[in-house]
Design a protein around this ligand. Structure first.
Ligand SMILES: *[C@@H]1O[C@H](CO)[C@@H](O)[C@H](O)[C@H]1NC(C)=O
Ligand SMILES: *[C@@H]1O[C@H](CO)[C@@H](O)[C@H](O)[C@H]1NC(C)=O
Length: 373
């Protein structure tokens, strides 16, 4: 019964949030985002945290503690105005409890604790169902699995995208909350993390100085694609919010589009200008199809850059037509790859206008500084 009530409440709230997100970014109830008094807006990207791996071992929880430390170091050094959680917050296929929101809450807590607003997008691992490890069926047997006390049954089905986002918005959204995430319009489901945020100007109080578009690039419970419906939604939103292209725009999703593979430096080669970065250790693992998103973006001079995660061994930016395609930097200690962890920082300045980016490492150093517009 409680479950049914939850479902009803979740559905109603999802519908409402969808309507708000579709109406206009500026109509959402939380306090508007605004440039800092010096006319800047600094964003830290946390990519591929992969919380919740192997909770039944020592190394899994130790790895999660490592991810806590990376985010703390970056936030305390950079003091950003905003955080974007760029997908794969959790490795849900490895989370043996029915509700991945426990790990999701932990992933967002470094921003919450410091009072920094944030947005999340989904990666391919966030809503996967639990994959039973082969070795659990060896003579050693299945290790004890602990359901949280509040939960009566361990279901292992993976928490659906909508439930994850609803739990975040319930807990951290609204007027008092710091989450600016939203479930997006229902007509775009199963893609959920589709929404726009505007950042208001310092000089002209009510005017947006920056638009940030968040898209769900799929994966997990459905194919790794940006759908034709999402492309049309982006076109409608951008036409409505920024018809003359006067406002600069940045775009965030998890899985690189096929365009990334086209502009990529040869895997494992040195990164040369005009590309800028420090890690080029693997081939691009792109989305399964391209259904027009890249054309839509390339046709808008106001779009300055796209930011993705997914490939832990890549951290470069390369030009594509007049915009930049950037990888974030692997932030979490979860997930494959042993490269030092860090965070891509993006900073926009209103007057004179600029978008710059660099990578802040866990040990305090920075590198790969680049001007994106
Ligand atoms: C998952 O946990 C959150 C609390 O973190 C709760 O609000 C939500 O109802 C739970 N969802 C399910 C499907 O059990
Ligand atoms: C910080 O880490 C980087 C690797 O990303 C390394 O090259 C550099 O030497 C380290 N610097 C310090 C001061 O530890």
């Amino acid at each position: 019964m409680r479950r049914l009530q939850y479902r009803l409440a979740a559905t109603l709230a999802a519908l409402l949030a969808g309507v708000l997100a579709f109406g206009a970014a500026g109509n959402r109830s939380p306090a508007p985002l605004r440039l800092s008094p010096d006319g800047r807006f600094k964003v830290a990207l946390f990519a591929d945290l992969h919380y919740g791996e192997n909770a039944w071992t020592d190394w899994g929880p130790a790895q999660d503690a490592g991810s806590d430390r990376v985010m703390a170091a970056v936030l305390d050094a950079e003091k950003p105005d905003f955080v974007v959680y760029l997908g794969d917050l959790v490795t849900a296929n490895n989370v043996p409890i029915p509700n991945a929101t426990l790990y999701w809450d932990r992933a967002t807590s470094p921003a919450r604790r410091r009072g920094i607003p944030w947005a999340t997008v989904f990666g391919n691992h966030d809503d996967m169902a639990f994959e039973w490890p082969m070795e659990w069926f060896s003579p050693d047997g299945v290790p004890p699995v602990h359901c949280p006390p509040s939960v009566s049954d361990c279901s292992f089905r993976g928490t659906p995208r909508v439930d994850l986002m609803m739990a975040e918005v319930d807990r951290d959204g609204g007027e008092q909350g710091l989450s600016r995430s939203s479930v997006g319009p229902e007509k775009l489901w199963p893609g959920v993390s589709n929404y726009v945020l505007q950042v208001l100007s310092r000089e002209k109080e009510q005017d947006p100085a920056l638009l940030m578009y968040f898209l769900d690039s799929g994966g997990g419970s459905y194919p790794e694609v940006i759908s034709d419906a999402q492309v049309r939604w982006f076109q409608t939103q951008s036409q409505f919010l920024n018809p003359d292209g006067r406002i600069p725009e940045l775009v965030f999703w998890h899985i690189p589009s096929t365009a990334y593979a086209k502009v990529a430096p040869r895997a494992k080669s040195k990164i040369r200008r005009p590309c800028v970065g420090s890690l080029n250790r693997e081939g691009v693992a792109p989305q399964q199809a391209e259904w027009g998103m890249m054309d839509s973006l390339a046709n808008r001079p106001s779009v300055k850059a796209i930011f993705v995660g997914h490939n832990h061994g890549l951290d470069w930016c390369c030009p594509y037509d007049k915009l930049w395609l950037c990888f974030a930097r692997h932030t979490g200690h979860g997930g494959y790859g042993g490269w030092p962890r860090g965070s891509r920082i993006v900073e926009m300045s209103e007057n004179p206008f600029s978008v710059e980016s660099w990578i802040r490492m866990e040990n305090g150093t920075t590198h790969s500084h680049i001007v994106l517009g």
